[in-house]
Write a protein that binds this ligand. Sequence first.
Ligand SMILES: [Fe+2]
Ligand SMILES: [Fe+2]
Length: 346
Amino acid sequence: MTTSAKSLELSGSQSAPHLREDLLTPRFYTTEIEKAARTSLDEQRPAFEAMLGEMEADYNRNHFDRKAPLDRLGSLKPEEKVAYESYLVRSCVSEFSGFLLFKELSRRLIKSGRPDLGRMFQLMARDEARHAGFLGRALKAEGISLDLPNLSGKRPVTWFPLSWVLYSVYLSEKIGYWRYILIDRHLKANPENSFAPLFDFFEPWCQDENRHGDIFNMLIRCWPRIRSGFRGKLLSRFFLWSVFLTHSLTVCERGEFYQLLGMEPSLFDEEVMRKTNDTSRHAFPWVFDLDSSDRYMELRDQLVDTFRDIKNADGLIAKLGLQSRFASLLVRQFFQPMVPCVESVE
Ligand SMILES: [Fe+2]
Ligand SMILES: [Fe+2]
């Protein structure tokens, strides 16, 4: 991954609010479409048809009202405004990245003679386009226009093998579900912190992400070999660890947005990880053992602190020392104990 410091393509009355492209910026992806077209639905046909029926029913058809006003309710200090806008841009790019991947998969699967799978991806692309569009409208209310089609054409597209896409998209849908629902629950309990009408839309929104995650769980089951043996354990370990790490660095290190909502970033991050890890028991052969010890979270704290120190370090020697500490913490966290998932044993 590159760490170039190019600003996102923004237009409008305002310049980019500290939005640099780096390791933590959402990416655009593509995969082995020919292989995806060979997905055998034989075993999963009843589950597939049930899910397709739910997607066609389109429960959220009227939820994302294009006319609903999304102007902020309260005024924010300049640094708070930056935190809110950065959150919106990041979320919008991430939703749009999902839209592009699903749209491309849909188009090429239909072309490869798989209208069934193509239709499913088309319906998921529909949802992600709505999500990105809604976030885009909230940004517009802030005076910022994101030129998404142009942005996607200019940024590199990362290629992933199909198994990686299945694991990572499953996780990003489920972690997205937990993020939206936990913010929603917090704001319902603390309505004085809900400073933007956008948050009122999160509950049915997160159900879209939950459904997408279930569809990816079903797709993972169509490829039993990616869930078995050493490969299944390695894929589970790598994707849980990397998705959690990205989440921790984003939430804890750029925690201003969550503080603005009256949340403690590290507690929010921990709860999202625990819930996502538990949910993944239904899909992955292994998950991290987060219940027997606090070691995983302790390493998370040390990683976040070291990441912050690297950014503030003066001098090459100090930076190199911190980077090697960061690398050793990464390795230790990566190898934390896992537990097999009874439900997913075939
Ligand atoms: Fe989404
Ligand atoms: Fe989604």
